[in-house]
Ligand binder design. Structure first.
Ligand code: ADP
Ligand code: MG
Length: 367
């Protein structure tokens, strides 16, 4: 396995009119499982293809292990890629599909190669399928074979491009667990691309968030969840999305008063919390961000509460999502025992430590 360094990696298309990847810097530690997530078209596949050597960077550098591989051909990189559509050879058996990549390893004898395929097939629980052809396999089996074919080569780096997108929800969950098991057992270094923030958050040691070809934030999933650097990341990570409300911000003594749309609510942030950022809060309008799970029903009215009508009650197991009439879409996640109905008015509150404030111009999180 190997560490990976990406420096100012850039890929333009159409004579520079499309910047698919915009000067990306990444460090991936040996044995680390990094998930890359972002909306469709944000540059995930292009990044992976450059790591694999299938796409030439417009500029920038890629190191795998101690080698600068920027100009090294794909077949000399010892990198394995697993795709959404499995990319198995249709006319070869499972055994042949898995053995094919090994043929390039000239230092293995025929019988050593055979043994490696059989051992890997056992690890992937596909040893009974070795004589089958891809069209005889289910989607889940095909993806196991694709994984086995990658693993058998013992690559320095695994690249996954939305490998579970074609599987149904139940199979996706079990394959996720399977990939995590393999990661733990084999200590693989992997870059795993997905558009599914839940998958990225649950699988990654570290999560990298892209938008428009640009790195937005990277870090441990909990860090990114708790301290999103901007409104895009805040809205992208977590489900349902963070609530956003336009507020007017006004300093009052050592506090900061936030006033919601049409004066609908007031919320005060204490000086200790705001002090270190006071000088930055020079514009009077911000976007307040609060996650649905951080909103709770208040004991009574009073300061730091919002009162709103319930539009929809959406049951999710032991909780309900209350869709509230606060301006934009605003959701509170509350215990379903509370027994509220559409049309009811509720008074809600939240802790100041859970509040985010975003600059409406730049999107930057200023708290
Ligand atoms: P993702 O995998 O995140 O959906 P891609 O890396 O496939 O995104 O694409 C990033 C951007 O680059 C998109 O705007 C896409 O249209 C563009 N792009 C990708 N490949 C090509 C290409 N071969 N020619 C022109 N534009 C491309
Ligand atoms: Mg893609």
């Amino acid at each position: 396995m190997a560490r990976v360094t990406v420096e100012s990696l850039r890929r333009e298309y159409d004579a520079g009119s499309v910047v698919a990847v915009n000067d990306l810097d990444l460090e991936i530690e040996d044995g680390e499982f990094v998930t890359v997530v972002g909306p469709s078209g944000c540059g995930k596949t292009t990044t992976l293809r450059m790591l694999a050597g299938l796409e030439k960077p417009t500029s920038g550098r890629i190191e795998i292990g101690d080698d600068d591989v920027t100009d090294v051909h794909a077949k000399n990189r010892n990198v394995a890629m697993v795709f959404q559509n499995y990319a198995l050879y249709p006319h070869k058996t499972v055994f042949e599909n898995m053995a094919f990549g090994l043929r390039m390893s000239t230092d293995l004898s025929e019988s050593e190669r055979e043994q490696r395929v059989v051992d890997t097939a056992e690890m992937m629980d596909i040893e009974d399928l070795l004589e089958d052809r891809p069209d005889e396999l289910s989607g889940g089996q095909k993806q196991r074979v694709a994984l086995g074919r990658a693993i058998v080569r013992e690559p320095d780096l695994f690249l996954f491009d939305e490998p579970l997108s074609n599987l149904d929800a139940k199979l996706r969950t079990s394959m996720r667990a399977e990939i995590q098991r393999l990661q733990n057992e084999l200590g693989i270094t992997a870059v795993y691309v997905t558009h599914d923030q839940h998958e990225a958050m649950t699988m990654g040691d570290r999560i990298v968030i892209l938008d428009g070809g640009e790195l937005q934030q990277q870090g441990k999933p909990t860090e990114v969840y708790e301290n999103p650097v901007n409104e895009f990341v805040a809205g992208f990570v977590g489900s349902p999305s963070m609530n956003f409300v336009d507020v007017a911000v006004e300093p009052t003594g050592d506090r900061l008063r936030l006033t919601g749309p049409d004066g609908g609510f007031e919320f005060e942030l204490s000086g200790a919390y705001v002090g270190r950022h006071r000088e930055e809060l020079d514009s009077s309008r911000y976007t307040l961000g609060i996650r649905p799970e951080n909103v709770r029903i208040a004991d009574g009215g009073g300061s730091n509460t919002i009162t709103a009508a319930i539009d929809v009650v959406e049951p999710v197991g032991s909780d309900n999502f209350l869709h509230l009439d606060v301006s934009n879409e605003f959701i509170a996640r509350v215990d379903s025992d509370v027994g509220l109905e559409p049309g009811d008015r509720v008074t809600l509150t939240f802790d100041e430590s859970d509040v985010h404030l975003f600059d409406p111009e730049t999107g930057r999180n200023v708290l």
